[in-house]
Design a protein around this ligand. Structure first.
Ligand SMILES: Nc1ncnc2c1ncn2[C@@H]1O[C@H](COP(=O)(O)OP(=O)(O)OP(=O)(O)O)[C@@H](O)[C@H]1O
Length: 651
């Protein structure tokens, strides 16, 4: 709450007076810190202070603060506290506050309570280093506990938590710096501007971010569970898989020492999730690396002095050249070069096959076109020519990078292993990528967590976890409540999904989007269909009438060439866009734009999907496979929207 200067002064005086009467012998540092916190309690902030604060050091936190930014346990320390003692003190607050529920039955997990050690400010001539499993915050930076952009609870939720905390925090007093005048008049002491600002903020507040503090009991159980080996979380779109992973990483980081890794095949996700994780767990944010798989592999190979040259255009040219040599043999079967490129990328190289005999025996999961031995030999020849063309150009493709890194890891494992690795959107990682991650994680409890949804696979092909030698029996979890999409959006997405064949990653029975429980009513989906010449008018008309700010909207297409068309159209209309490649989740007014491959895993308030009729494979099995893939891609596109979807089908 923003107060006028006059009101601020009076609140400050009142805080000083209250502290002096409740805690007359308080040392200067806690006096300053609590005074500053107390002054915030005229807003939606609740402060509980340990009653014996003047007498003894802490086997409990000195204060517990509850606000729209979550629940904080605070130790106010002149000296850096002993790590074990600090852990024990924080555990006290965690045990008291964990399990608090909201009106929807969601719970506050242990890991949602922020452990903070407030240390003297830089003005006192000290530097602050992260010293343990807590956030070391100089007293001069207390405002960081109240940053608006980190707020994720509404007034009602704060009240619910504070009411329950009050009965649980024995030995703590609730302090509140009321203004001497009657409280209803408080509004008169606010800046008019700040009142309006607060209302706008409340209206725009991210309604879904409460997961930073509250989890569904099932999500909570997965966060708290220990797994003796690799584990898997699956569940349809929007069921909170990533949310669970982030909370788990936080818990594991707090209880371990080494680095942790969050990785995925999707280039756009790590930056976005890293920023979210920093909000969720500032105390351990530096311990968890967020990097997409190929960036990690290239950095690793570089650290070992092994140079790789990956150039997307060069790779495509190499394949196109190889195709001209072999097309005569294969085009009768299927004329689309993309089909055969996927065969080489996702089956031959993606499974790490090294001889034609291995290829003859290997399963081709997800590939509908049946190939006999002679045809497979022809594919193998195509693969060999492609390899030769890459070598001529001194290039490596993405699969080569994976196998080079695997070789290097076998030769010499990492010097410092990861305490835990979480792999998101696992359904699109190749089998060789999975094997490598398994090797990287090593054996041991909680080391490897695979998260995905077969229904959202946006690349061709497939595998089962057992193909990668990753046993997850008894360590598989399925989430079933969709928190992201409002019913109007969800119903539309469920319709798209009707003909999908779901591969639940390891062959077990899965849950599809049609079966999830919805918790957010409302939402809308509108469709448009027409010739390409009418698209500009329809799209720009829709953009002018969006029910959500453009900065919280994404335009999603299915092919790169469609992206080029849409970008040109928007540029000519003077609409500012931000490519999803450059998106980090930071607030921004530009319309986000990208292919479904870059959009997966992300979410926006509104989504504009522009789908152009495109050359599908000619017929039969390849066409069936392509239709299924397209349906999964459509499902991914639609489920990125929380509130609103506009779906354009362009002829
Ligand atoms: N416990 C919760 N309370 C409130 N909202 C939640 C909760 N869990 C998840 N959400 C909301 O649902 C959204 C979807 O969560 P998340 O991105 O983790 O789902 P997902 O299963 O990984 O989705 P997808 O597979 O579609 O990428 C989150 O951004 C969050 O807004």
């Amino acid at each position: 709450m923003n107060l006028s200067r006059h009101a601020e002064r009076r609140v400050h005086q009142e805080s000083v007076r209250l502290l002096a009467s409740e805690f007359p012998r308080l040392a200067p540092l806690p006096r300053r810190v609590l005074g500053a916190l107390l002054a915030r309690t005229v807003g939606n902030v609740h402060l509980f202070v340990r009653q014996d604060l003047e007498e003894r050091g802490g086997d409990r936190p000195d204060a517990v603060l509850i606000s729209t930014n979550g629940v904080f346990a605070l130790i106010i320390a002149g000296e850096r506290p002993d790590e074990q003692a600090a852990r024990a003190a924080f555990r006290h607050a965690e045990e008291r506050c964990a399990g608090i529920t909201d009106h929807r039955g969601r719970v506050v997990p242990v890991s949602a309570i922020h452990p903070v050690v407030v240390v003297p400010g830089a003005g006192a001539g000290r530097t602050v280093r992260a010293a343990g499993p807590y956030w070391a915050l100089p007293e001069t930076d207390l405002a960081r506990l109240f940053r608006r952009e980190d707020a994720h609870l509404n007034r009602r939720q704060v009240d619910v938590v504070a009411r329950q905390a009050r009965t649980r925090l024995d030995g703590y007093t609730r302090l509140e710096a009321g203004l001497p005048e009657a409280r209803p008049e408080t509004a008169g002491l606010l800046d008019a501007g700040s009142l309006a600002e607060n209302e706008v903020e409340a209206a725009q507040a991210r309604p879904f971010d409460s997961w930073l503090t509250f989890l569904h009991p099932h999500q909570h159980a997965i966060v708290a569970r220990d797994y003796s080996g690799p584990a898997r979380i699956s569940g349809p779109a929007g069921t909170g898989k990533t949310v669970v992973v982030l909370h788990r990483l936080r818990r594991l980081a707090r209880n371990s020492t080494g680095p942790l890794l969050f990785t995925t095949f999707v280039r756009t996700l790590p930056a976005v999730h890293a920023a979210t994780f920093r909000r969720l767990a500032p105390e351990v944010a530096d311990r968890v690396e967020f990097l997409h798989l190929h960036a990690w592999l290239r950095r690793f190979l570089q650290s070992r002095g092994r140079a790789v040259r990956v150039n997307a255009r060069g790779i495509s040219t190499a394949f196109a050249r190889a195709w001209t040599v072999h097309r005569e043999n294969l085009q009768n079967l299927e004329p689309s070069i993309d089909y055969w490129r996927a065969e080489v990328d996702r089956v031959v190289k993606g499974r790490g096959l090294t001889t034609v005999d291995e290829y003859l025996r290997a399963p081709r999961r997800g590939r509908k076109l049946r190939l006999d031995a002679r045809q497979k030999e022809q594919v193998w020849a195509l693969h060999e020519t492609y390899q030769a063309k890459l070598a001529e150009r001194g290039l490596h493709d993405y699969n080569d990078v994976v196998s080079l890194a695997e070789e290097e890891l076998v030769r010499e494992p990492l010097t410092e292993s990861y305490a835990a690795i979480a792999v998101d959107e696992v359904q699109d990682i190749t089998l060789t990528g999975l094997r490598l991650l398994r090797r990287l994680a090593g054996d041991g409890p909680n080391r490897l967590l695979l998260v995905g949804d077969g229904q959202q696979q946006v690349y061709p092909g497939g595998w089962r976890l057992s193909d990668a030698g990753i046993p997850v029996q008894g360590r598989g979890e399925i989430l079933r409540v969709n928190y992201r999409n409002r019913t109007g959006v969800l119903d539309f997405a469920r319709g798209l999904d009707a003909t999908n064949e779901v591969d639940d990653l390891d062959g077990g029975p899965g849950v599809v989007l049609g079966q999830v429980e919805a918790v957010n009513g409302g939402g809308e989906c509108r469709s448009w269909s027409g010739p390409a010449a009418e698209l500009p008018h329809a799209l720009l008309g829709q953009i002018a009438a969006m029910p959500a700010p453009l900065g919280q909207t994404a335009l999603i297409v299915f092919h790169h060439r469609d992206l080029v068309r849409c970008r040109k159209l928007l540029r000519e209309a003077g609409i500012a866009t931000l490519p999803l490649e450059d998106y980090t989740g930071a607030p921004d007014d530009r319309l986000k734009i990208g292919t479904v491959h870059r959009a997966k895993g992300l979410e926006f308030r509104a989504v504009l999907v522009v789908q152009f009729d495109s050359g599908e494979p000619s017929g039969g099995a390849a066409r069936e496979e392509s239709t299924e893939l397209r349906n999964r891609q459509r499902l991914v596109a639609a489920t990125r929207a929380r509130d609103f979807v506009w779906w354009a089908s362009v002829r």
